[in-house]
Design a protein around this ligand. Structure first.
Ligand SMILES: [Cu+2]
Length: 144
């Protein structure tokens, strides 16, 4: 009987883990500001963590760009600077806003011609190995 209880407990843990893994972050307002030429582009989105564990974003990649970094714009005595960010944590129930003047994805070296009105997929990578592919809308340089 005791062995059976242990077995059930183990199964319960397993199911619990599977359930936890199934909780994915949700995203909205994913867009990229298109600039002319070879300029690096900035990508924005809002990430929400509906789960019970902290989610840690550790990177991103896309077939449309050679390299993507996570940056944060900071105001240092009136001068705007960008700092590279290795990882960003989103608390359970929390929200992380990537937007103009704050966190953003910096997208380098377009692999094809991109123009406003198009969409590109960007895959977000999390510390636990999860991946989430999000479609980013391309908008004009003047978009807000
Ligand atoms: Cu940047």
């Amino acid at each position: 009987m005791r062995r059976l209880l242990y077995g059930l407990a183990a199964l319960g843990m397993l199911l619990w883990q599977v359930q936890c893994l199934a909780v994915e972050p949700t995203t909205s307002q994913a867009w990229i500001r298109v600039l002319p030429g070879d300029l690096p582009l900035a990508g924005y989105l809002v990430l929400t963590n509906p789960g019970e564990r902290t989610l840690t974003l550790v990177g991103a990649h896309s077939p449309a760009f050679s390299q993507i970094e996570m940056h944060r714009s900071v105001d240092q005595s009136g001068v705007a600077r960008m700092m590279m960010v290795e990882r960003v944590a989103i608390a359970p129930g929390g929200r992380l806003v990537f937007g103009p003047g704050g966190y953003h994805l910096m997208l380098f070296d377009r692999t094809r011609v991109l123009q406003a009105g198009d969409e590109v997929p960007v895959t977000l990578e999390f510390a636990d190995g999860e991946r989430l592919t999000v479609r980013f809308a391309l908008r004009e340089a003047t978009a807000r």
